[in-house]
Design a protein around this ligand. Structure first.
Ligand code: ZN
Ligand code: ZN
Length: 239
């Protein structure tokens, strides 16, 4: 299974399933080996390797690569503030890199501000009227909130009242690159920060320009989705 981390394997409509999990179950039932491949493995697969449920095979294994890639999983449940989305350890590591004039790339495989909206009274989640996918919460350039369907592109207004039960306790949940950007901006007010994802590209030239600014060292922290994995010069990046 190629690009096992891909969100395309996840069915957002009912019945909800992840094709990766289906493939794993099928491999188990039929007793056949399954190879999952990815340049950026999913948290689930990374955890399964950690717990020895999966065997890890690296394409260019070797000491140099081992030294190059130091992976750390941080248990956020141990954080003092439960509302924080950036751990103390990561915050310290970013500060350290910035002090040493090194660059930081923050990768998050979810665009938008939050994953979806949910009513805390009845659990209702606003869905796309056309394809029934959960709508994602986005902010536009003027920082106005809107809901976008990642499956068919339909846009909808943000509702402040739950259409199902009338409660006003409906709010965004989960984290996307826009929310990560706003948190990072609050934390590192003097750093040069850019975001690279589908929503940050407005003009044709934006993609090239954001990458060029980063590769020339004008950007300190680059935040983005899968897009940051291609074309970024990682020479001056150590986090
Ligand atoms: Zn849709
Ligand atoms: Zn409700």
């Amino acid at each position: 299974m190629e690009r096992e981390h891909s969100s395309f394997y996840k069915e957002e409509r009912s019945p909800r399933y992840n094709a990766r999990e289906v493939a794993l179950k099928r491999a188990e039932l039929e007793n056949i080996p399954l190879i999952l491949s990815s340049e950026t493995p999913s948290m689930e697969s990374y955890w399964n390797v950690h717990e020895n449920n999966f065997l890890e095979a690296e394409l260019n294994a070797g000491e140099e690569r081992e030294n190059l890639l130091k992976k750390t999983i941080i248990d956020m449940t141990k954080e003092k503030s439960k509302k924080k989305i950036i751990s103390y350890e990561l915050q310290q590591a970013i500060s350290g890199s910035l002090k040493n004039k090194r660059q930081v790339v923050l990768f998050l495989n979810k665009r938008g501000f939050s994953s979806f909206m949910i009513c805390s009274q009845c659990g209702h989640i606003p869905k796309c009227p056309d394809c029934n996918t959960s709508l994602s919460y986005h902010l536009d350039i003027q920082k106005r909130a809107q809901l976008i369907c990642h499956n068919c592109g339909k846009r909808a207004k943000v509702t402040n009242v739950c259409v199902k039960c009338g409660s006003k306790e409906i709010r965004p949940l989960g984290m996307g690159t826009q929310k990560l950007e706003s948190e990072i901006r609050k934390m590192f007010t003097r750093a040069g920060i850019r975001r690279l994802d589908q929503d940050s590209l407005i003009k044709d030239d934006d993609y090239r320009q954001i990458l060029e600014e980063f590769n020339q060292g004008k950007t300190d922290i680059l935040i983005g989705t899968q897009m940051v994995l291609k074309g970024v010069d990682f020479d001056n990046v150590d986090l």
